[in-house]
Design a protein around this ligand. Structure first.
Ligand code: PNS
Length: 172
């Protein structure tokens, strides 16, 4: 039977930290659904549609990565799929408490649902969507931490000049 995992999050925007987790999850699972939450407490920079489009473009050659979105409770969304596991990335110790609460709450809502944590690669343990947005907004380089297309979308959002190298891809 096909093993499907749900990788939920805000992905505002997707970073190489997320991509690393997805690629490693594909070694264990046949299919990974990147599930972008409509409602989070965070003020999103990108619309859900923009975030889905970025994921689709990045994984356009990997058909077993699906980009989707969900409203309401994650457990309700998972129940509508054939996923067996929720995947979350863990960076250092700071993520632990939040993740522990979230996994415990999800397990309390559905005792059959497991959350699998994967340690973020050492190259990306300091990367978060929040810091990426802050650095980009202030004109800093985020190349190497997000795909070129994401770097370009960030520059566009923040109305910063786009350099030649960053114009390759996406809608060319
Ligand atoms: O990338 P994030 O912002 O850490 O992802 C958090 C997310 C979207 C996975 C979480 O907020 C979520 O599952 N939201 C959906 C609502 C829900 O099910 N809440 C109960 C779990 S605590």
């Amino acid at each position: 039977m096909e093993k499907v995992a749900i990788y939920p999050g805000s992905f505002d925007p997707i970073t190489y930290g997320h991509i690393d987790i997805i690629e490693r999850a594909l070694v264990i699972f046949d299919r990974v659904i990147v599930a972008i939450a409509h409602e989070t407490e965070k003020n999103a920079l990108f619309t859900v549609e923009e975030r889905i489009d970025m994921v689709k473009e990045i994984f356009k050659d990997t058909p077993n990565v699906i980009a989707d979105s969900f409203k309401g409770l994650l457990v309700d969304y998972v129940a509508k799929t054939n996923a067996v596991v929720i995947i979350r990335g863990l960076r250092a110790t700071s993520d632990f408490e939040y993740e522990f609460h979230m996994a415990s709450m999800n397990r309390s809502l559905n005792p059959h649902l497991e959350t699998l944590f994967m340690m973020t690669s050492k190259d990306y343990f300091f990367v978060s969507s929040r810091t990426i947005k802050e650095v980009a907004r202030l004109g800093g380089g985020v190349e190497g931490l997000v795909p070129d297309l994401v770097a370009r979308c960030l520059r566009k959002k923040f109305k910063l000049p786009v350099n030649k190298k960053q114009q390759i891809g996406w809608d060319d």
